[in-house]
Design a protein around this ligand. Structure first.
Ligand code: DSN
Length: 398
């Protein structure tokens, strides 16, 4: 049967092949990941956990689960290997949002106080935004970034001491600097809070050994598997072994029903790939490319939040250099030139989230396509020509 869906998939495949992809949270998966996610495992229901599962939450609510039990255990084992950890891992969360919801539910009660990074400073929607379940269920309070956009650790400590949160959360969607997990962990310990890290953006860099690891410091660690980890879309929760039962019960039956076994297969392939020596080279190249591109923008006169980057992304602040252009203007103009970025709030944002004054740029996807530093620099110069022409056009229209 002919389906319109396959025409659309072919169009999207062409777009992904031809465009320059600079969205910091996207990447290109391998053929093996695609095969696993497109497999017959999508047909299988498997509510519950494998028969021998480590947390003690054992047994499925359906027959015929022998193969998927083995698959889920294998997936857990490969993720422990990828991060060289003996933390318990739950591979069932459907996404990063589901992972965060379940992680909160495992140790918090509705109304508990959580200290996190605000969305407008680089945090994530699920880190307490008032329009998200997180902000509606829990009492989120926020630590600040300083005037240059760096996490203000003194503010974190002062707020932790005065507000006595039940949980402190580190992690971000648009923060370009190394996060000092040890420092966060020490503050959490001092005030008796759980310490959780949402490492979704930087997980591939951690697995690749080019960003400090939160394992051994955090009590709970969530991630997606599709950003710098370059795998299928999905979520994971890691936790100290003593929290395993709480975490497994929070995922199922508290927050989810049946796990997506085809996605768990995709996650297992992703973990195998993250364990390979090639993945370490990839992670190192991501950082080299991102730094090269960010430095090129600085040479071209752009303002970068925090003045640079240590990871796979950076944030261009247009406020002073291109006051007439919003992030949306730049995103849309680059779209017309087949370069994909996303508009992003900047610290101290004055425009609405639909407009913004910033653009977030990441190099994880183009590094998968084979970019080296020179490609990243050439792309920065091309973006500058497009943005400069757009600003001139706006000035002429005014
Ligand atoms: N929305 C994703 C991002 O782009 O960072 C995170 O979930």
């Amino acid at each position: 049967m002919n389906s319109h869906v396959f025409d659309l998939i072919a169009q999207e495949e062409a777009r992904q092949r031809e465009n320059v992809e600079l969205i910091a949270s996207e990447n290109f998966v391998s053929e093996n990941v695609l095969r696993a996610v497109g497999s017959v495992l999508t047909n299988k229901y498997a509510e519950g956990y494998p028969a021998e599962h480590a947390s003690g939450n054992r047994g499925r609510y359906y027959g015929g689960c022998g193969v998927v039990d083995e698959l889920e255990e294998y997936c857990c084992q490969k993720w422990q290997e990828a991060f060289s950890t003996d933390y318990h891992v739950n591979v069932q969360p459907h996404s990063g949002s589901s992972a965060n919801l379940a992680a909160y539910m495992s140790v918090l009660k509705p109304g508990d106080t959580v200290l996190a990074m605000d969305l407008s400073n680089g945090g994530h929607l699920t880190h307490g935004s008032s329009v998200n379940f997180s902000g509606r269920l829990f009492n989120f309070v926020f630590y600040n970034v300083d005037e240059n956009g760096f996490i203000d650790y003194a503010d974190l400590e002062a707020k932790a001491e005065s507000l006595k949160p039940a949980l402190i959360l580190a992690g971000a969607s648009a923060y370009s600097r190394v996060i000092d997990f040890e420092r966060f962990g020490a503050v959490a310990k001092k005030v008796g809070a759980y310490f959780m890290v949402d490492m979704a953006h930087i997980a591939g860099l951690i697995a690749g050994g080019v960003h400090p690891s939160p394992f051994g410091v955090a009590d709970l660690i969530t991630t997606t598997t599709h950003k710098t980890l370059r795998g299928t879309r999905g979520g994971l929760i890691f936790c100290r072994p003593e929290l395993a039962k709480k975490v497994d019960s929070a995922v199922f039956p508290c927050c989810q029903g049946g796990p997506l076994m085809h996605v768990i297969a995709g996650k297992a392939v992703t973990a195998e790939e993250a364990c390979s020596p090639e993945f370490r080279d990839y992670a190192a190249q991501v950082i080299k490319n991102t730094k090269a591109m960010c430095d090129a923008f600085i040479r071209l006169g752009y303002e970068i939040v925090t003045g640079g980057t240590d990871n796979h992304l950076f944030l261009v602040n247009l406020t002073r250099t291109h006051p007439t252009l919003s992030g949306r203007d730049v995103q849309e103009e680059l779209d017309r030139h087949h370069i994909t970025v996303n508009k992003n709030c900047v610290p101290g944002e004055t425009r609405k989230p639909q407009l913004t004054s910033g653009v977030r740029i990441g190099c994880a996807a183009m590094t998968t396509k084979g970019w080296k530093e020179a490609d990243a620099v050439a792309c920065a110069e091309r973006i500058d020509r497009i943005v400069t022409a757009l600003a001139a056009k706006k000035a002429n229209e005014a």
